[in-house]
Design a protein around this ligand. Structure first.
Ligand SMILES: C[S@@+](CC[C@H](N)C(=O)[O-])C[C@H]1O[C@@H](n2cnc3c(N)ncnc32)[C@H](O)[C@@H]1O
Length: 358
């Protein structure tokens, strides 16, 4: 097996040292600021419920709920409704996790330190949903391709211990920067429990060699690898960066090694969620997601969910092709696979159709 760099911890004091000489890093030609202080206005996603029909809206309520539209109101009645203060029409409610296999987050999510300026970062709604569905407070979450730290910020807000790894030291500095905040004194967990800061560790390292992560102890892996070379994060500057791998077979091999590591680090019964996309070359579809699915099934996982995630504002397809007439379709979705590591002694034959096929 080829040698991959061992993990090296990057602590909060390492980050503070880095800040003395840097106020930004450059990731994929984009300058990402490392502000000394974050101005945070909200610490959780906002969702509003219509007081009449209970329909939910986020991140803001509309001026008038759809239910009013169905009531054949007179223009005067509509005018009156529009003049009513929002608090009379809608109440702020706890964010409710997704319940279907189609996810779409057009507003991305901008609570806490979440900001979409790390190319290809995932919407915080994704790790929030995974954490709420597959873990409880105090559990351990791993993101071994942590990028700007979206998963770890959600762990911090939801009280899950977490470990973040990235091949690029600059990404870890962005992660550390995004974690550099404290929730207000009256902040509570969604369960109503008083807030206690969970332990969070960050490492520079390769997802194919997670030597500092204890075997069999991770409750949830929530990670978002590069989609081969669609977004070249370090332009081959960082050895081991999988976003420099153009050949899909080679990329699939790397994913297979990553899948074995994930399997080893998870506890029996733990979940592993991977967001992956496909691409197009010479006007033809290049399937990457089925190969990633196969890598994780080959490693011994059971497939629990295949979630279709709609893509918004993507630079790789929509922006580049917008307004032009091409004879192919824009790729506007990704797959979020959720795998489960079997429990010890579990009767596996019942899951055989959700596992590796011959
Ligand atoms: C799609 S981004 C992750 C974005 C992240 N979910 C966020 O919200 O910011 C993929 C990350 O994988 C990292 N990466 C590439 N190859 C890696 C490897 N071999 N091991 C660990 N991280 C790697 C890149 O540096 C990049 O930050």
């Amino acid at each position: 097996m080829p040698e991959y760099i061992p993990m090296r911890e990057v602590t909060h004091s390492d980050y503070k040292e880095f800040l003395k000489t840097h106020d930004h890093v450059v990731i994929e030609n984009v300058k990402v600021a490392l502000p000394k202080e974050h101005k945070i206005t909200k610490f959780a996603p906002t969702e509003f419920e219509c007081t009449k029909c209970k329909a939910r809206y986020r991140p803001k309520p509309p001026k008038i709920c759809n239910c009013a539209m169905k009531e054949n109101l007179t223009p005067d009645e509509i005018k009156k409704l529009l003049e009513l203060p929002n608090e009379k029409k809608f109440v702020l409610v706890e964010y409710e996790k997704e319940t279907t296999t189609a996810w779409s987050f057009p507003d991305r999510g901008d609570w806490a330190t979440h900001i979409g300026n790390y190319r290809g970062n995932w919407s915080p709604y994704i790790p929030r949903n995974l954490i709420l569905r597959y873990t409880k407070e105090g559990d351990l979450v791993l993101d071994q391709m942590v990028g700007s730290g979206t998963t770890l910020v959600e762990c911090k807000l939801l009280g899950r211990r977490s470990i973040g790894v990235d091949i690029n030291q600059d990404a870890i500095m962005v992660t550390r920067n995004r974690l550099d905040f404290s929730p207000p004194p009256d902040y509570t967990f969604p369960s109503g429990e008083k807030y206690q800061e969970p332990k969070i560790e960050t490492y520079e390292g390769d997802a194919r060699n997670l030597n500092e992560v204890p075997d069999g102890k991770v409750d949830l892996i929530a990670t978002h690898p590069p989609y081969a070379s669609i977004i070249p994060y370090s332009k081959q500057r960082v050895p081991g960066d999988l976003s420099s791998v153009h050949d899909i077979a080679e990329f699939a091999k790397a994913m297979r090694i990553g899948a074995d590591q994930s399997y080893r680090k998870l506890r029996p019964g733990g979940h592993c969620a991977i967001l992956m996309g496909d691409t197009r070359r010479h006007k033809h579809f290049v399937p990457i997601t089925p190969r990633v699915l196969q890598s994780f099934l080959d490693a011994g996982f059971i497939l629990r969910e295949d979630i279709i995630k709609m893509q918004w504002k993507m630079k790789s397809t929509r922006e580049r092709w917008r307004g032009k007439n091409y004879d192919f379709l824009l790729i506007a979705h990704e797959h979020l696979y959720v795998f489960r590591k079997p429990e010890k002694g579990e009767k596996m034959s019942q899951f055989k159709e959700s596992m590796k096929w011959q």
